[in-house]
Design a protein around this ligand. Structure first.
Ligand code: F6P
Length: 322
């Protein structure tokens, strides 16, 4: 089937680099002779028929901007069977031969549901959490890591000056990739991940006391948001150790900001691969990074994959915080 018209949407939580991906879908799509429609606000916009034709200039000056110019939602209606059917109908009304979905696994499950209704899709992984099961890397992860690293560096400056313990909660939903990478990058004394059972005495208090006995005077404890109870953990550290302890929940500042080079390049290469697949008539795929190469999996295969946190990184983090 020769593709003539495609749609592009961003869905789920925004991520730095989504604009770079939109730009590359539009530019490479037009280069290949497609008409490209921008769909606003994710699947909500598809349901509403809220879309417009984009041209080469529609994506000028967006590669350096965080967020997504198309905006994004987590659509309630689209999570129902009726919603998916209505969205598929709307894709037909606009004669979209395929839709490029930029988002995470939740958005890809929506894309798979659309494909079962006869709408072709190609998925591009973008989330700061890096928790898309089929890929080693998701757009936005590197920018978020650098943002969190900067924030923790600043908190460490003051923790050092006052000899305090800093408990810092980072995003990641049920995944600990942001927490673990920043624990290594910032030399955290303890890092608590949703993927691992944890005990406050053995996993936080004991390492802190051990570090104090070896001459340290300030401590960083990173808590992945999937663990929860950050304020209470900080309170307990203070009560048990007597060390003045502050708690910081970094929150949404982790999602914003200008994308790093890594995210701009990854977004551009993934999007170009997406339009290349469409040109070749290859549909219903998820773009992924495997051993640093860009590959594509069938959407069912991609969604059935399981991704594990790297145990050796956990050991490394502990070893280097001694
Ligand atoms: O998936 C990205 C993410 O930022 C998660 O880390 C976090 O759990 C969630 O989105 C927050 O979502 P919202 O912005 O809707 O509160």
């Amino acid at each position: 089937m020769a593709v003539k018209r495609i749609g592009v949407l961003t869905s789920g939580g925004d991520a730095p680099g989504m604009n770079a991906a939109i730009r590359a879908v539009v530019r490479s799509g037009i280069y290949r002779g497609f008409e490209v429609y921008g769909i606003r606000k994710g699947y909500e916009g598809l349901l509403a028929g809220d879309m417009f034709e984009m041209n080469l200039r529609s994506v000028s000056d967006i590669i350096s901007r965080g967020g997504t110019i198309l905006q994004t939602t987590r659509s309630k209606e689209f999570s129902t069977d009726e919603g998916v059917k209505r969205a598929a109908r709307m894709a037909n009304v606009f004669k979209l031969d395929a839709i490029v979905v930029i988002g995470g696994d939740g958005s890809f499950r929506g894309a798979r549901a659309l494909s079962k209704e006869g709408v072709n899709v190609i998925c591009i992984p973008a989330t700061i959490d890096n928790d898309v099961s089929s890929t080693e890397y998701t757009i936005g992860f590197d920018t978020a890591l650098n943002t969190v690293k900067d924030a923790i560096d600043r908190i460490k400056d003051t923790a050092y000056s006052h000899e305090r313990c800093s408990v810092i909660e980072v995003m990641g939903r049920e995944a600990g990739y942001i927490a673990l990478n920043c624990a290594i990058a910032d030399g955290a004394e303890a890092c608590i991940l949703p993927e691992k059972e944890f005990n406050i005495d053995t996993d936080i208090i004991k390492p802190i006391i051990g570090c104090r006995n070896r001459g340290k005077h300030h401590y960083v404890v990173i808590i992945a948001e999937g663990i929860g109870g950050t304020l209470d953990i900080a309170k307990q550290i203070k009560e048990i150790t007597g060390i003045t302890t502050t708690a910081t929940i970094l929150g949404h500042l982790q999602r914003g900001g200008s994308p790093t080079v890594r995210d701009r390049v990854a977004a551009s290469l993934m999007a170009v691969k997406a339009t290349e697949l469409l040109e070749q008539g290859e549909m219903n795929k998820v773009i992924a990074v495997k051993h640093d190469q860009y590959v594509a999996y069938d959407i069912d295969e991609a969604l059935n994959m399981v991704k594990y946190i790297d145990e050796s990184m956990i050991e490394t983090s502990k070893m280097l915080s001694l």
